[in-house]
Design a binder for this molecule. Structure first.
Ligand code: NAD
Ligand code: ZN
Length: 671
């Protein structure tokens, strides 16, 4: 390449890589695959090695993450910097890595290595002061990270205390297990929110939530692999000893870690770990290879960006070209219509891919995808088949645009448009029936074991069951005939169906598949209202007043519960003997979901009133907001009373409180 061309290309690559860094590290929404990113970075690295005079300290080859920290969180400076890892893509890269280390150390090698799966999440630094977790931050640009302490506190696996004095910094990877990732994406898709591209982006997006409660609901986990300050106090001499010590201290460490000697053993172990990659409950994008002994690590040190004693041996990312044979439309449990590209089948990373979701109209437009197009396909984050891009150079002129249906492909009802989402409005649409029965019977809903997908399909096909209430009408001979099962297993299923009547309102509300009602919200509603009839009778305002319920959710739930078909279904369930009562009835939960603020002079000590209210399930708060249910004001009340009046929060005197208690507690007793 001519000098001037090379320089132009370097600048071009830097600009492109910076854009992708921003999409990936700041927005958690990359637009190219990691493999494509790695190729661009490798090209830049090669050019910079060829023309070292043009290396600048801010080049993406020299900086960690996005380089500059761009964030809405508070910034925290790491006491000791966090690094990235250099990549290796084959056995030669590992052999070269060992040779480089040997040369730098003036030792012949081979060396001992600790191998760990490289978990695809985001790295954090935990800072303990005298044994207590003081703060935790994302890696950021390696020097300064984002303070995400409240969100990290929601992760059960992070020890709050360690039996160590002084300063102790632990590095680890926060990740989202694959099942949690798939569930989260399914939920986001149902809500019409763009799903995350891969588990890594989902983990980053979940940890970097403004509301720690949202973060806590996502099921994040962590693996820990390094110590910054405080490492000397541990008395360990190697990475393998460090991992064992961290495990003793209560940190989760990568369970498949192993120790090998020399590049050839690294390769053999890597191949085994690659082969077992799909068995892992987390996404790994490679194997980290670290020279085990700390004495050697210290001697080797770091470049601006990464350690010289460690390298990430990446898993190959397969990308295949194939053709879009057609686009079909799938109807989800809530009636949402999703376009799916039907592909000429291709084998990618251990499985055949013949269908890939196209999410929505905007997504198709962004790809510029037509039926008949040749496309590049991969598994995003190693899990989800995804169209990377259209290859227009393969077009023949026979391609045609994707045409959206006007009617439901399952039941022919005319589709309605809700925001950007196409919906089938027919509550008895067979597409919804299958999903709604499967959901109703699922483990975390009514837990009807033995009611598998095949059986549901057969029950629907034969017309024995049209909705979940029909399950309770099934007879032994119906099931025995269908499944060609032994009578014993049919009997078991009937017992399961019978047992599901007593699962309680918590599970029933979840099982009904109401819009936006996940397990947590179902439990909250059950606790607050205690009986299905009371949930149905609740107004939008009453639903909205429940903690954690947004107005949009309240409206949607109310609407769904009042559709004639739903009311009919509820009646049928009642006839069948399904219990509508909440299970969790802690003694006196009559005030659950209500928030009180006490102000002014009360006849009884405030503490005592608080305790009484809390015993009945209420929350007592110190400040008035629009979520406050009641302000109890005695003489001399000031600013809180004023605030309540401004916000329209009901104000009670002590007598009013007593009346309220009688009313509410009375309701509970009459149950
Ligand atoms: N698709 C895109 O647009 C895009 C953009 C930017 C970066 N990326 C991808 O992000 C990666 C680069 O990010 P990076 O600089 O954070 O490097 P990296 O994530 O590839 O490697 C370093 C990180 O690995 C993590 N790690 C996981 N398990 C570990 C273990 N057992 N021991 C030690 N470390 C472990 C640590 O967090 C460490 O910071 C590349 O994979 C690149 O493809 C993609
Ligand atoms: Zn339909």
């Amino acid at each position: 390449m001519e000098n001037a061309d090379a320089h132009r290309r370097i600048l071009e690559l830097r600009e492109e890589l910076r854009y992708h860094n921003y999409r990936y590290h700041v927005l958690d929404a990359p637009v190219i695959s990691d493999a494509e990113y790695d190729r661009l970075l490798a090209e830049l690295k090669r050019l910079e090695e060829q023309y070292p005079q043009w290396v600048t300290p801010d080049s993406p080859t020299q900086v960690v993450g996005n380089g500059v920290l761009e964030t809405t969180f508070a910034a925290i400076t790491h006491p000791t910097p966090l690094y990235s890892l250099d990549n290796a893509f084959g056995p030669q890269d590992i052999a070269d890595f060992e040779t480089r280390a040997a040369r730098a150390l003036g030792l012949p090698g081979p060396f001992d290595y600790t191998l760990e799966y490289k978990i695809d999440g985001l790295s954090v630094n935990l800072f303990y002061q005298d044994g207590l977790l003081a703060w935790g931050a994302t890696r950021g640009n390696g020097t300064v990270g984002e303070d995400v302490t409240p969100n990290l506190l929601g992760i059960a696996e992070i020890p709050r205390r360690v039996p160590l004095s002084g300063v102790f910094e632990v590095r680890g990877e926060i990740y989202l297990p694959i099942p949690a990732f798939l569930e989260l994406n399914a939920r986001l898709e149902e809500e019409g929110t763009p799903p995350f591209k891969n588990p890594r982006n989902a983990a980053a997006g979940s940890l970097r939530q403004k509301d720690p409660r949202v973060s806590a609901g996502r099921g994040l986990k962590g693996y820990f692999y390094g110590v910054g300050q405080g490492v000397n106090a541990l008395g360990v001499r190697s990475q393998s000893e460090l991992l064992d010590r961290l495990a003793e201290l209560g940190f989760a460490v990568e369970p498949h870690r192993r120790r090998v000697t020399g590049a050839a053993e690294v390769e053999a172990a890597y191949q085994e770990m690659l082969a077992r990659r799909r068995e892992l409950p987390f996404e790994a994008d490679g194997v980290t290879v670290k020279i085990d002994e700390f004495r050697l690590q210290r001697e080797l040190g770091f470049t601006a960006k990464s350690p010289r004693w460690g390298i990430a041996y990446k898993f190959p990312a397969e990308e295949k070209t194939t053709r879009v044979l057609g686009v079909t439309f799938q109807v989800g449990r809530t009636g949402r219509v999703t376009p799916v590209a039907e592909l000429e089948p291709v084998h990618i990373e251990g499985s055949t891919v013949s269908r890939v979701t196209l999410h929505n109209e905007g997504y198709i437009a962004e790809l510029g995808l037509c039926v008949g197009d040749t496309v590049l396909v991969h598994k995003s984050g190693g899990v989800i088949p995804e169209v990377l891009r259209v290859l227009p150079e393969h077009r023949t002129g026979d391609e045609h645009a994707v045409v959206w249906p006007t009617h439901c492909p399952e039941c022919q009802a005319e589709l309605v448009l809700s925001g950007k989402v196409h919906l089938c409005p027919n509550p008895l649409c067979p597409a919804k029936a299958f999903e709604s029965i499967r959901h109703y019977a699922s483990r975390r809903a009514m837990d009807i074991q033995g009611l598998g997908e095949k059986l549901i399909e057969q029950l629907l096909a034969t017309g024995l069951v049209k909705n979940v209430a029909d399950l309770y009408k099934l007879r032994l001979e119906d099931i025995a005939k269908l499944e060609r099962k032994a009578e014993k297993s049919a009997q078991n299923l009937l017992e399961q169906i019978e047992a599901s009547k007593k699962r309680g309102l918590e599970r029933l509300l979840f099982g009904l598949g109401l819009p936006q009602v996940g397990e947590a919200l179902a439990r909250t509603l059950a606790r607050r209202f205690g009986h299905l009839d009371r949930v149905v009778a609740a107004s939008v305002e009453e639903l909205d007043a429940v903690e954690d319920v947004a107005l949009t959710t309240a409206t949607a739930v109310h609407e769904a519960l009042h559709r004639p078909e739903m009311l009919e279904l509820i009646e049928a369930l009642r006839q069948a003997g399904v219990g509508f009562e909440a299970r969790e009835k802690p003694k006196g939960n009559a005030l659950a979901g209500l928030t009180f603020v006490l102000t002014g002079e009360l006849a009884r000590p405030r503490e005592e009133v608080s305790r009484e209210l809390e015993a009945l399930g209420a929350k007592v708060s110190g400040s008035v907001s629009k979520k406050t249910s009641y302000v109890v004001a005695g003489p001399g009340a000031g600013s809180k009373l004023q605030k309540a009046q401004e916000l329209g929060v009901p104000v009670l005197d002590e007598e009013g409180l007593q009346a309220l208690l009688e009313e509410k507690v009375g309701v509970v007793d009459s149950r």
